[in-house]
Design a protein around this ligand. Structure first.
Ligand SMILES: [Zn+2]
Length: 400
């Protein structure tokens, strides 16, 4: 029996090629990060008062973000969303690349009802605005989107609708970097470390973050990786089969979700470090040579299947299959693919070496299972993950 650990070892051995041509540019970009500007953004946002989704104050914060982004010469648009009785808009600024593969830098601009939200998440918004202002003067291979979500505090509603729309349009997203609570540090230790949530198929992004922190002394942060910290908008990307990480301050902010989440307790020197790390990471990802990308096309997210047949589209990202699940994957690559492996709960179930790449999961299975698909090419590979609710009570040998 072959387990996923072996496959993971191969993945780690074949590291992603990072172009070194951008090094000077990255150094130049991060040295442009300006604490006064970060202070200006964050104080403007907190001075509008608590700005929960749906409030007038939230709209004012949105207008401020929109106008700032427009002044940097970026293409800016509102992405309107509705979910479970809430509605709002995400603000999306695009810096077009040579291709349509997207790298996303994101934060949420809504606060909880009692809080001016200087750290949660005025800090992330300030960093992403700063990044947009600086990076808009440069060009990259891939497209960069600077995205500001609302509805986060209700349950990632704005980002869920945003990612769902991109998923339905078959858009390619390389990675999301979400900044949420990146301005609090009081001790020397807290000021020199950051928490990065990353797991499974997003681990390669953490590798890039780590490499950036080590390559540029000016950043001055030690990256501490935490697994499966799902509480921010990067999770919406993961829910639809994309990959993402979440930047978070190292020390817990005691003013979190209170009326005391104000700039008096925000450390702008620390926020500048987080901003530099985010810019270096996004710039590197945006010029990265991505050889192979594997993604699941069936079962679709947000659908119920009876065997191979889709019987219903649902309003969330979960996939439900009654009977045997037929999984089909699509591989975007300029490499020669040797084989595709299909795992369930870490155990290898099937292999396919010829297109179309697919596997029918036949064993009895009930409730939630974790599927991992690994595509191994000659000089590159990629992995994708998905949770599926399976209700297969009929063993393979009854019907085959
Ligand atoms: Zn938050």
């Amino acid at each position: 029996m072959k387990w996923i650990a072996a496959a993971m070892a191969i993945l780690i051995l074949i590291s992603y090629p990072i172009s070194s041509s951008g090094e000077n540019e990255i150094q130049e970009m991060i040295s442009k990060v300006n604490e006064e500007m970060l202070y200006y953004y964050d104080s403007t946002i907190q001075n509008m008062g608590p700005h929960p989704t749906g409030s007038q104050e939230c709209e004012k914060v949105a207008d401020f973000i929109y106008e700032e982004l427009q002044s940097y010469g970026l293409q800016v648009e509102n992405h309107y969303w509705e979910k479970k009785g809430y509605s709002g808009r995400n603000i999306v600024a695009t810096l077009p690349g040579k291709d349509n593969k997207a790298v996303i830098l994101s934060a949420h601009y809504d606060s909880v009802a009692v809080s001016p939200g200087a750290d949660d998440d005025g800090s992330g918004v300030s960093c992403v605005l700063m990044a947009a202002k600086i990076m808009s003067d440069y060009s990259f291979t891939h497209t960069i989107k600077f995205v500001f979500f609302s509805g986060e505090e209700q349950g990632l509603y704005g980002s869920d609708r945003f990612v769902r729309d991109m998923y339905e349009r078959n858009e390619i997203i390389l990675a999301d970097i979400q900044l949420d609570g990146v301005g609090h540090a009081v001790s020397r230790e807290g000021g020199s470390k950051m928490r990065l949530s990353s797991s499974g198929s997003s681990a390669w992004i953490a590798g890039v973050v780590n490499e950036m922190a080590e390559s540029y002394d000016e950043i001055g942060l030690n990256v501490k990786i935490y697994r499966d910290f799902a509480g921010s908008d990067h999770q919406s990307f993961i829910n639809y089969g994309y990959e993402g990480v979440f930047f978070l301050e190292y020390e817990f902010n005691p003013h979190y979700h209170s009326s005391q989440d104000v700039i008096d307790y925000v450390n702008f020197t620390y926020m500048a470090k987080m901003c530099k790390l985010a810019i270096a990471t996004a710039a590197t990802l945006a010029d990265m040579d991505v050889k192979t990308m594997v993604r699941v096309v069936e079962p679709e997210r947000g659908a119920i299947y009876f065997g191979d047949r889709k019987i219903l589209d649902t309003d969330d990202y979960n996939s439900v299959v009654i009977g045997k699940m037929m999984m089909k994957v699509e591989i975007l690559t300029d490499d020669k693919i040797n084989l595709v492996e299909f795992y369930m709960d870490g155990e290898l179930r099937g292999v396919d070496a010829t297109e179309p790449y697919e596997y029918r999961f036949g064993k009895v299975a009930l409730f939630r299972h974790h599927i991992t698909v690994l595509a191994e090419g000659e000089s590159s590979n990629d992995m994708t993950e998905m949770d599926v609710y399976l209700f297969n009570l009929v063993p393979r040998y009854w019907l085959d």
